[in-house]
Ligand binder design. Structure first.
Ligand code: SF4
Length: 254
């Protein structure tokens, strides 16, 4: 292999012809973000994060991918220029549009100080959640809020009753509901909508609803003439008891 002289960020460097610029940069201890690169595989330049600026013959700059660019005599490479920063930010934002929750992308953004721009949250802005929470549940715990260029579904602190209707109606599952160790957490993006301790069913013992939701239902139904007593039954047990009651009253009539 022939020895060649190149420049990296203005500093001379001696290396061998034919290896990739990425290999040289990493040998020189220069950190370069990559996702699609694997040393056991042929590079294909898919993620485009490893972009570098290369000064051409007439002093014109081009952005090229260091994983596929081969070293040759006199190459002038820049790894921290404005062109490189812009190219890497565009590449990262393209990847985030495809996988907004991928921790590896967020880590690269942090480690290399690459601006992510607004990260897509999967929300279609259909407002089904906002409308159902206000019009059907009556809690009004969600609203639209303008942040920068876009509007976002955001919670109003303290108003969520933990019913889970918004998570059930969300067509993209962007509102998440997690029941764990007797606590229900509702969230969108990294924002908490509500955290609610859950109540156990009086019959089967299973956690099934938040206290706030049960109080809300009992306030709404309390004055109804048909409501004689309040029980804490989960929907499965409530149906079971109601079916039994119906069949025993039919039996009596016969
Ligand atoms: S879980 Fe909270 S935010 Fe969602 S619909 Fe029920 S009250 Fe509204």
């Amino acid at each position: 292999m022939k020895n060649v002289k190149i420049h990296i960020d203005g500093k001379p460097c001696e290396t061998v012809e034919g290896i990739t610029v990425l290999e040289v940069l990493r040998t020189e201890g220069i950190r370069v973000p990559t996702i699609c690169y694997h040393k056991a595989l042929r590079p294909i330049g898919a993620c485009k994060l490893c972009a570098v600026e290369v000064k051409g013959g007439a002093g014109k700059s081009r952005v090229l991918l260091s994983c596929i660019l081969k070293v040759r005599e006199g190459l002038e490479i820049y790894t921290k220029s404005e062109l490189v920063k812009k190219a890497r930010a565009q590449a990262l934002q393209r990847l985030l549009a495809r996988a907004p929750r991928a921790e590896i992308l967020l880590k690269i953004a942090r480690d290399f100080n690459i601006p992510t721009g607004p990260i897509p949250d999967g929300c279609l802005r259909c407002r089904l959640c906002v409308r159902v929470c206000k019009e059907v549940v009556g809690a009004g715990a969600l609203k639209m809020e303008k942040r920068g260029e876009d509007s976002y579904v955001v919670p109003t602190e303290g108003l969520c009753i933990g019913c889970g209707t918004c998570a059930n109606i969300c067509p993209t599952h962007s509102i998440r509901l997690e029941d764990k160790d007797g606590v229900r957490t509702l969230s969108i993006r990294e924002e908490i909508i509500g955290i609610h301790p859950l109540i156990r069913c009086e019959a089967c013992g299973r956690y099934f609803a938040s206290q706030k939701f049960l109080s809300h239902v009992s306030e709404a139904a309390g004055s109804h003439v048909d409501v004689k007593a309040h029980h804490c039954y989960c929907p499965t047990c409530a149906k079971l008891f109601s079916d039994r009651a119906k069949s025993s009253s039919r039996f009596k009539r016969i």
